[in-house]
Design a binder for this molecule. Sequence first.
Ligand SMILES: CC(C)(COP(=O)(O)OP(=O)(O)OC[C@H]1O[C@@H](n2cnc3c(N)ncnc32)[C@H](O)[C@@H]1OP(=O)(O)O)[C@@H](O)C(=O)NCCC(=O)NCCS
Length: 170
Amino acid sequence: MLREPTVADAADVLVFRGDPDVQRYNDDPLRTVAEAEAFVEYLVAESAADLRRHWALELDGTVIGLMGLHSWHRQHRRAEVGCDMAAAHWGRGYASEAAAAILRHGFTAMRLHRVQAHTIAANTRSVRLLERLGFTREGTLREFSLETDGRYHDSVVFGLLRPEWSARRG
Ligand SMILES: CC(C)(COP(=O)(O)OP(=O)(O)OC[C@H]1O[C@@H](n2cnc3c(N)ncnc32)[C@H](O)[C@@H]1OP(=O)(O)O)[C@@H](O)C(=O)NCCC(=O)NCCS
């Protein structure tokens, strides 16, 4: 189920946002429930300000992931997709299913023309997810970020336009 996140989800959120493996190509891992509460409060406040829309992925009463459309530019009708999910639930298609629903919301209710994504090239699961959803690999930002392995990593820009999304849906 996709629903709005609340501060009460903080302990569940800490499981994945606090996991160094899940966060390997993302922000630094959260360390405490208080940090997770502050993070969810930030998502809720940004959603309330219409700067993003964010959803909790709930499975059997537990929040196993977060996915949303952020950096929403109404004038240009574009937003950026971001997601993370607890590693115990990888490889079952949940992120693909959730992302398909969120893209539908983005291209209809939010009236987006373009959804984009930035991901580190070595983040193969993220790259596969975007390709599976029909995104086009548009370019490489060379040595864009200094990661925890002490190396600079390329970042890849992906984009999906509304007509392409529509055509895939037949
Ligand atoms: C990005 C992330 C959400 C992708 O998770 P994922 O488990 O690979 O994606 P899905 O849940 O869609 O699962 C797809 C896999 O399940 C398999 N699968 C099984 N049943 C499936 C079904 N019914 N439908 C679709 N896929 C299914 C697919 O074949 C695929 O397997 P593969 O990885 O061997 O190709 C996850 O890796 C993650 O949280 N990473 C850390 C955070 C992160 O890096 N986020 C991106 C930052 S830009």
